[in-house]
Design a protein. Structure first.
Length: 72
């Protein structure tokens, strides 16, 4: 006496096109996040060096003004 038949899922092979699309989308998403992080870091570094340059210019200006005050 046979028991009731159970419907089993049939296993299919890998869908190559689907895997390529998923891999491409995930790769683009990860690279976009990474690039945005790099842009933010580059902006921070540029701002830091611009600030240092302004401070150096101000320091030299103050030094020149102090020298001219001493001469007067």
């Amino acid at each position: 006496m046979a028991g009731p038949r159970i419907a089993h899922a049939t296993l299919k092979g890998p869908n190559v096109v689907k895997e390529i699309i998923i891999g491409t989308v995930l790769g683009l998403a990860a690279s976009t996040v990474w690039k945005m992080n790099q842009w933010n870091e580059k902006k921070k570094v540029r701002t830091f060096y611009d600030f240092l340059e302004k401070v150096e210019i101000l320091r030299r200006l103050i030094h020149v003004l102090a020298e001219t005050q001493k001469r007067l």
